[in-house]
Design a protein around this ligand. Structure first.
Ligand code: SF4
Length: 367
C-alpha cells in the first residue's frame, strides 16, 4: 500500500485547554464507527452502559447526539468522561483521530488534516511555502518520493496572478493535464478576460451558499461574530430573506478594493493555501471532468462566501484581524466539511439549478 501525506501532517499538535474552539463542541452529532460500537456493546465496564444509552442509530449509522452543541461526555471541567472512566483506548475512531482523517484514492491512501480545527487552520493558512505531498512505502516509515499534482503546481506559482492561476485550473482537469497544457490555457485566459460587469453572478451563487451555510452552522461562542453579521447582512427574519444581492455586491467591491490596496499579500496567501487544501482533499472525488467542474465550482463559490463573511466583519468593526479571518475559514470548514450528506445536497441544488458550468466558474473567478 502507498501512503500520501501533506508535509505538515506530522507537525500537528493539539493545544487542548488553550484551544480557542473545541472538537467536543459545535457539532450536531459525532459518528461512531462499527468497530467502536461493538466495543461499547461488548464492554462490561459500568460506564459502558452510559455510553450505550447515548448512542443513536439511524440507517445502520451510529452516532452520539450532542446536547446544546456539547458532547454528552464532556464534563464540567471540559474533560472527556470516556477517557477518565475507561481510558483513551475506548474513544471511537472519530474522537481518537480528529483532526486527522484518511481516504482511499485509486493510487493509495491519502491522509489529511481538517481545517475545522483552529490549529490546523492556522498551520495551513499561514504557510509561506507550497506544501509537498510525501509518499511513503508500505511500512509507512520511509519517504521514497514526493507527488506532484499539476493543479497544485499552478496554484503555488506566484509569478502568475491569483485569478489567472485559479481560472487555469478550472479549465483543465488535474487528472489529464500536464503543466504544459496549463500554460497554454493560461495564455488563452489572459488574452480573453472579458467578464467585467458580471460580478453580481458570483454574489448570487455565494448568497445561496451562505443561506445553506447559515442553516448548518451550529451556533457557538467561537462563531458569534459570524452569526451576528450573517443575521444582519443576509437580512434573515421570520418572513425569510429579503434580496440582499445589491448590498452584498457593493460591500464585496469595497472590501476587494481595501484588500487590493492594504492587505493583498496576506489575503492572497490565505486563499492560495485554502484552494490548495481543497484541491488536495478533493483529489479522491475526481474521476472525470464533470467531477472536477463540480469541485471547482463549490471551491470557488466557497471562496467568495468566505470573503463575503470577512467583508461583513470588516465593515462592522472597521478592520479585520488575521485571527478573525482564520476563524471564518475554520468555522466554514466545521459547518460544511463534515457532513457529506448536507454537502452533497448543496451540490445537488447547484447542479439541478444548472449553475455548475465552466463559464459560471470563470465568471466567479475573473469578474
Ligand atoms: S479542535 Fe484541534 S486544537 Fe482544539 S482541542 Fe480539538 S484537536 Fe485540539
Amino acid at each position: 500500500m502507498i501512503y500520501h501525506l501533506p508535509d505538515y501532517y506530522e507537525k500537528f499538535n493539539c493545544i487542548a485547554g488553550k484551544c480557542p474552539d473545541s472538537c467536543c463542541r459545535g457539532w450536531r452529532t459525532i459518528a461512531v464507527d462499527e468497530k467502536s460500537y461493538e466495543k461499547y456493546n461488548d464492554s462490561s465496564h459500568e460506564f459502558a452502559s452510559h455510553i450505550r444509552q447515548q448512542i443513536k442509530t439511524i440507517d445502520n449509522r451510529h452516532f452520539f447526539k450532542l446536547e446544546e452543541g456539547r458532547c454528552p461526555f464532556l464534563n464540567e471541567e471540559n474533560l472527556c468522561d470516556i477517557i477518565i472512566e475507561m481510558g483513551e483506548n475506548m474513544l471511537c475512531t472519530t474522537c481518537a483521530t480528529y483532526p486527522r482523517f484518511v481516504y482511499q484514492g485509486s493510487d493509495g491512501v491519502y491522509a489529511c488534516l481538517t481545517m475545522s480545527c483552529p490549529v490546523v487552520a492556522d498551520m495551513i493558512l499561514t504557510r509561506e511555502e507550497p506544501f509537498e505531498i510525501l509518499v511513503f512505502d508500505d511500512e509507512k516509515n520511509e519517504i521514497y518520493d514526493t507527488m506532484e499534482l499539476p493543479a497544485l503546481q499552478i496554484m503555488f506559482d506566484k509569478s502568475i496572478p491569483f485569478k489567472i492561476r485559479l481560472a487555469t485550473i478550472a479549465i483543465l482537469s488535474s487528472d489529464n493535464a500536464d503543466y504544459a497544457e496549463y500554460e497554454a490555457a493560461m495564455e488563452t485566459i489572459t488574452e480573453h478576460q472579458n467578464f467585467i460587469g458580471l460580478d453580481d453572478i458570483r454574489i448570487e451563487f455565494a448568497l445561496e451558499y451562505l443561506i445553506i451555510f447559515e442553516r448548518m452552522l451550529k451556533k457557538s461562542e467561537r462563531n458569534t461574530k459570524i452569526v451576528k453579521v450573517m443575521l444582519k447582512y443576509l437580512k434573515m427574519d421570520s418572513d425569510g430573506i429579503t434580496d440582499p444581492v445589491e448590498s452584498l455586491l457593493t460591500l464585496y467591491r469595497i472590501y476587494e478594493k481595501y484588500v487590493q490596496s492594504e492587505a493583498y499579500e496576506e489575503n492572497e496567501k490565505e486563499f492560495t493555501n485554502y484552494i490548495a487544501y481543497r484541491l488536495y482533499r478533493s483529489h479522491h472525488l475526481i474521476n472525470d471532468k464533470d467531477d472536477f467542474n463540480e469541485e471547482m465550482f463549490m471551491t470557488v463559490v466557497s471562496m467568495v462566501a468566505i470573503k463575503l463573511i470577512q467583508a461583513m466583519i470588516w465593515n462592522e468593526e472597521g478592520s479585520i484581524s488575521s485571527e478573525d479571518r482564520h476563524m471564518v475559514f475554520q468555522c466554514h470548514s466545521k459547518a460544511l466539511e463534515h457532513s457529506e450528506k448536507m454537502y452533497g445536497k448543496m451540490k445537488d441544488k447547484f447542479r439541478d439549478s444548472g449553475y455548475i458550468k465552466i463559464i459560471n466558474i470563470l465568471v466567479s473567478i475573473l469578474a
